[in-house]
Design a binder for this molecule. Structure first.
Ligand SMILES: O=c1ccn([C@@H]2O[C@H](COP(=O)(O)O)[C@@H](O)[C@H]2O)c(=O)[nH]1
Length: 275
């Protein structure tokens, strides 16, 4: 999916919502536990219920890897089931020496090798350019680089001073020479709203993947006010607050209500701030 195609979906849906598929076998409704593939059955119903109100789905790979081969099978079926007009994100936070990153890239981008065909993968910048570039060798695929994460530990390193700016700002500045806004996005946590204005002076055009609304308490209005650009430039993720909104037979209906509420709020912010 291209930058322009993603923006078109946002305009069409009046939404920049990404639904996080952090599907925990211990948390799914009990009536699904006897299904042949409970994780996939849960994801399928969540995708069906929320697809009209979001533009992206983000399975967090940890939740699938933890289940071994069965988890990978559920992941593969889930990625295949995500509608083609939705931007798919493998939230895997990978990155290693170039030779190894190349294999991680094949894992998420080469269906003939792994069975997985994501649009994008999250990558950690800590090992530098040669750890990120192998992901960019897959034409049309996106890297979503961790910049300023939503967790309290982001203060341990990412906010440390470096050459008069902070380490995460250096990540934003340097990595722009690796790929442009058509192939690279950045993770910036919704809990970091005070930094968005500064971030937009460094990367005015890139999309930001913004986790941290809902369960982590980030503020959607602030993120939208300070983070939006003329192509929206935001994918705001919510995982637990949507997929575990209910725990009974009506869990998908409850998830739909949550996704719809976020979409309605986003419609207002698109009108107000996307210019
Ligand atoms: O800085 C980051 C980077 C990634 N995440 C991931 O996003 C979702 C958030 O889930 P919620 O349930 O909406 O809190 C989850 O997969 C995280 O691993 C993040 O939260 N912050």
């Amino acid at each position: 999916m291209t930058y322009q195609e993603l923006f078109q979906q946002i305009i069409l849906k009046k939404s920049y919502l990404c639904v996080g598929l952090d599907t925990d076998i211990r948390k799914i409704p009990s009536h699904l536990r006897n299904a042949a593939d409970p994780i996939f059955e849960f994801n399928k119903q969540i995708i069906d219920a929320t697809a009209d109100f979001c533009v992206s789905f983000k399975p967090n790979i940890a939740f699938y890897e933890a289940l071994g081969p069965k988890g990978w099978e559920s992941l593969q079926k889930t990625v295949e089931y995500i509608p083609k007009n939705h931007f798919s994100i493998a939230d895997a936070k990978r990155g290693d020496i170039g030779n190894t990153s190349g294999l991680y890239a094949r894992t998420f981008f080469d269906p003939e090798s792994s069975g997985l065909d994501f649009h994008s993968v999250t990558v950690a910048p800590y090992m530098g350019s040669d750890s990120v570039k192998p992901f960019l060798e897959f034409e049309g695929k996106w890297v979503i680089l961790l910049a300023l994460t939503s967790n309290p530990g982001s203060f341990d390193f990412q906010r440390l001073g470096f050459n008069g700016s902070s380490l995460y700002e250096e990540v934003l500045k340097t990595s722009q020479t690796w790929a442009g806004p058509d192939r690279m996005m950045y993770v910036v946590g919704a809990t970091q709203a005070s930094e968005f204005r500064k971030i937009r002076t460094i990367i005015p055009d890139h999309f930001l993947l913004v986790p941290g609304v809902g369960a982590q308490g980030g503020n959607l209005e602030e993120v939208s006010r300070f983070g939006m650009n003329s192509s929206c430039g935001l994918l705001v993720n919510a995982s637990r607050s949507i997929i575990y909104a209910g725990n009974g037979l009506d869990f998908a209906e409850k998830a739909k209500k949550e996704a719809l509420a976020l979409q309605k709020e986003m419609e207002i912010y698109l009108d107000k701030y996307c210019n």
